[in-house]
Unconditional design. Structure first.
Length: 387
């Protein structure tokens, strides 16, 4: 028996992944599972690049899409810890340009604060791309484009997942209050990646990534709100030399994401390096959105005939929540299980009750409802394997 897990159950978990890969649901996976920080499963399975017959490897670098938001969230929470901002800080108090060039269309913008952004309750549009992909690498231009957009809902009320805008604004707030004149990618490296020993992580491509990046393969249905072209164009944008996309643009490894997740599980400190306080993590992994529905997942649930679940959002981190519902974190997870995930391909979660950490980065971006089903099944198998 692997410490804290049933060995036969972990073998079934591995076989389930191999069966998925054989069925071409996805091409490969690099996985880590630990309990109380002790590794129980650490394997690369299948392909990093099926077409080239390149086997998956523990050192593979993935474009993790919205899992990037976890790193941006950490920068925001760190700024709160340091007294540079508060959850109640208004966006316009740090970014006056957020009012936009037309003050007559700026209604409700002066209400939006950091807490609204972290919980996706700012009332901003759910656009995935405020600029064309040929300009999306230019963070300053993206910030300006977001500042010109109108509020479409009432801040503090409806829970409408914003794949881009909230994290653009939060990243720019961090950049402005940081006080060292660094770029966003430099701040993320200095404050998150370097102290945590995440040497294979970058907001964009870093020198050590050469030859290790897993190519993005997309398998989106034609009717999807994000097409194969969107997925692939965004993947190309991430490799622009100047790319800074704080909502989707991180490149990292399973091992590095595991170190980040362990920092969260341990209350903000890993191997003597304190990134966040226990107080701010506790707040971040506490339900902030009540019974509110996440609009994006409402549409997915309707299309699949699922019961629409509550959004279950903390401060930037998704939560397992109570009750029975379709969820990437598994139906067997404890209610305060928390984590992040990225477009049809990547996920990490921490179950604080069982002290389990699970990281799974996969090759191929699949349709989101199939992705949720896939990770729910795998997460339940991990949870079932615990002794």
């Amino acid at each position: 028996m692997t410490e804290g897990f049933d060995a036969a159950a972990l073998r079934r978990f591995e076989e389930a992944i191999r069966q998925d890969i054989d069925a071409e649901l996805y091409d490969g996976a690099v996985v880590r599972i630990a309990r109380h920080g002790e590794l129980a499963f650490d394997k690369a399975i299948g392909f990093a690049d099926r077409a080239a017959r390149r086997a998956a490897d523990a050192g593979d670098v993935f474009k993790v899409y919205s899992l990037t938001k976890a790193f941006t969230n950490a920068l925001v929470l760190q700024a709160i810890d340091r007294g540079q901002i508060a959850l109640t800080t208004r966006v316009v108090d740090v970014i006056p340009e957020f009012y936009g060039r037309d003050k007559f269309r700026a209604a409700k913008k002066d209400i939006i604060n950091v807490g609204h952004l972290l919980t996706h309750r700012a009332g901003l549009p759910s656009t995935p791309s405020p600029l064309g992909y040929d300009k999306l690498h230019d963070f300053a231009a993206v910030v300006d484009a977001v500042c010109q957009m109108d509020v479409v809902g009432t801040p503090g009320e409806a829970f409408a997942y914003s794949p881009t805008l909230n994290h653009v604004l939060m990243a720019e707030i961090v950049r402005r209050v940081h006080g060292e004149g660094l770029s966003l990618r430099e701040i993320m490296a200095k404050e998150i990646f370097e102290p945590l020993g995440m040497g294979s992580s970058g907001l964009g491509v870093i020198p050590g990534h050469q030859g290790r990046i897993v190519p993005v393969v997309s398998a989106m249905p034609e009717a999807s709100w994000i097409t194969d072209k969107d997925t692939l164009d965004l993947a190309d944008t991430m490799e622009h030399p100047d790319a800074e996309l704080p909502w989707v643009g991180a490149l990292t490894t399973t091992g590095d994401v595991f170190r980040f997740a362990e920092m969260l599980r341990l209350g903000g400190t890993l191997e003597g390096k304190r990134i966040l306080s226990p107080a701010v993590i506790d707040k971040a992994v506490t339900l902030q959105t009540g019974d509110a529905i996440n609009d994006l997942y409402h549409h997915l649930a309707q299309a699949r005939g699922w019961e629409t679940p509550p959004g279950n959002m903390g401060l930037g981190f998704a939560l397992g929540g109570a009750g029975l519902r379709v969820t990437q974190f598994g139906t067997l997870s404890s209610p305060r299980t928390y984590g992040n995930f990225g477009a049809g391909s990547t996920l990490f979660w921490v179950d604080p009750e069982r002290q389990i950490t699970f990281v799974c980065l996969t090759a191929k971006v699949i349709e989101e409802s199939r992705n949720i089903e896939r990770f729910q099944r795998l997460s339940d198998m991990v949870l079932s394997a615990a002794t």
